[in-house]
Design a binder for this molecule. Structure first.
Ligand code: BG6
Length: 496
């Protein structure tokens, strides 16, 4: 029998281009963007016709930028090959010093670019609108000499109104087709795999609805505290930082209808439809259906953390939450009546990003002496990180003359057969931006739908009250357990 799975064509090398990084002396550039470019070079997906221009206000020059960007090169298990790629790239890295607000910066930049260019805004979010305005004023976003694409990091706005305002400001200067709003969760292999698991397997899609699914849990737990990001985090909080963006992207992958093609717009249309159907708690339900927590001092995994309010750059009277849990409904034919419970937090028991799909119990107690309420329902766990994989729990008969049951599990772990390799997750995003594929980037309507769903919670939490304290290294505040217990359910154990 012939292999029914055809071999996909090898990905093509990205076209020649200049990658301009605003905020080039910052963390994102050296920790994630540079290693990603090197990985792409090593894979032959980016050639020696791609150069880098870093823009920043720091007093530096080409050599200083190269030093800064080279800091993390070859720190993984790939030291040798990364080193070789770095030698080839370093000579094509140039620095432009200047303020992001100053027209002169852009005049200098314009002289450094010809042909294709992608602009990566790895800056504080307050600069996003200004940089796009100045680039456009300087004529740099005109595409007559080559493509000109703008990549914008999160956070995109800090609530619905500010996200709408930022979208309006940017869209007044360039069309959606030139805008690549980054949500780095979409660069993760296992997140992209959700779509393949769903739409490549008849078995799953057949039961993927309210008739068979009881509820869905989406978790992004971290052991680390806020570390050095106190200023940013205290003004942001767990909900804004993770929920309307990263967790909603996972939700969209789980909930979307099958697109009618693999085109970027077809996929983004389906995700946008799903996100527009997400209903967060109404104001009067916020207290019941949304939970906020804040960590106490303690040991979380390998991390020893001080109490949140004792962390560097955190206000002593801060009311910012470091944990958020929320119950959502998705108002579509497929999902009516199926709750989605989302939670995320810092200083928790384990690093664990996962989606748990809980199926309904079987309808009838068939087995003598085995009460149906004792039959655990099927459970599908999509493990995004770490230990990436998929597992399905189901019931089997225990060997022996009497019919008795126990739980078993079908486990697929990437590490066993398809190692993911040393990847940052930004490789795909950079490659897609250079090749013009917007599938994995957020469109204006998706961003706004995400904020709209959580806005009542932001409003209520902004008015009064404090988060509930939880111990570092625990599973979060007690109220989060009560949220599910009220519905007769419980969370999947963090790190299980
Ligand atoms: C970022 C958040 O967007 O995502 C961080 O700002 C968070 O607070 C991070 O730690 C989590 O990403 P990852 O890839 O480590 O799961």
């Amino acid at each position: 029998m012939s292999d029914p799975v055809s071999t996909p064509p090898a990905a093509e090398r990205a076209p020649p281009a200049t990658l301009v990084i605003f905020g080039a002396m910052g963390d994102l550039a050296k920790r994630l963007l540079m290693p990603s470019i090197l990985n792409l070079m090593r894979d032959g997906l980016v050639g020696d016709d791609v150069g880098i221009v870093g823009v920043s206000h720091h007093d530096a020059d080409d050599a200083a930028l190269r030093d800064s960007l080279g800091q993390f090169v070859g720190k993984g298990d790939d030291a040798e090959t990364a080193g070789a790629a770095w030698q080839a790239l370093a000579g094509r890295i140039h620095y432009v010093r200047g303020s992001f607000e100053d027209a002169a910066t852009y005049a200098t930049l314009a002289d450094r670019i010809e042909g294709n260019a992608a602009f990566y805004l790895a800056t504080a979010p307050g600069f996003f609108g200004t940089i796009v305005d100045r680039l456009a004023d300087a004529g740099i976003l005109d595409e007559s000499a080559g493509f000109r694409r703008v990549l914008i990091e999160k956070p995109f706005g800090h609530d619905l109104a500010s996200a709408q305002a930022l979208n309006a400001r940017i869209l007044a200067r360039i069309p959606e087709s030139q805008i690549y709003r980054v949500d780095h969760f979409l660069g993760k292999e296992t997140v992209q795999n959700i779509m393949v698991a769903r739409f490549g397997n008849a078995l799953l899609e057949a039961v993927w609805n309210s008739r068979y699914i009881d509820h869905v849990q989406i978790t992004a737990a971290e052991t680390v505290g806020v570390g050095t990001r106190g200023t940013f985090y205290d003004a942001t909080g767990a909900l804004r930082d993770m929920v309307p963006n990263h967790l909603f992207q996972l939700l969209a992958m789980i909930g979307m209808e099958p697109p009618n093609s693999f085109d970027a717009e077809a996929i983004r249309n389906e995700k946008a439809k799903l996100l527009a159907a997400v209903r967060g708690p109404r104001p009067e339900r916020v207290e019941r259906d949304a939970v906020r927590g804040r960590y106490r001092a303690g040991q979380a995994g390998d991390a020893t953390v001080p109490a949140y309010r004792e962390e560097r750059d955190i206000a002593a009277d801060s009311r910012t939450e470091t944990y958020a849990a929320i119950k959502l409904e998705v108002e579509t034919w497929r999902w009516a009546g199926v709750p989605f419970y989302l939670r995320t937090g810092k200083a928790l028991a384990a690093r664990d990003t996962e989606i748990v799909v809980m199926f309904k119990p079987v309808p009838f107690a068939l087995f003598r002496d085995t009460d149906v309420t004792r039959l655990p329902p099927n459970r599908l766990v999509l493990q995004v990180q770490p230990d990436e994989g998929i597992s399905l729990d189901f019931v089997v008969k225990k060997p022996g003359p009497v019919v008795d049951t126990r739980e078993a599990s079908l486990d697929f772990r990437y590490a066993d057969s398809l190692p993911l390799g040393h990847r940052t997750g930004y490789e795909t995003l950079l490659y897609d931006a250079l090749t013009g594929d917007q599938t994995l980037f957020q469109r204006a309507d998706m961003i706004e739908a995400g904020w709209a769903a959580v806005q009542p919670v932001l409003d209520e939490w902004g008015k009064a009250g404090d988060p509930e304290d939880y111990d570092a290294g625990s599973a979060g505040p007690a109220a989060a357990d009560e949220l599910l217990a009220r519905d007769g359910r419980q969370w999947h154990r963090i790190g299980a």
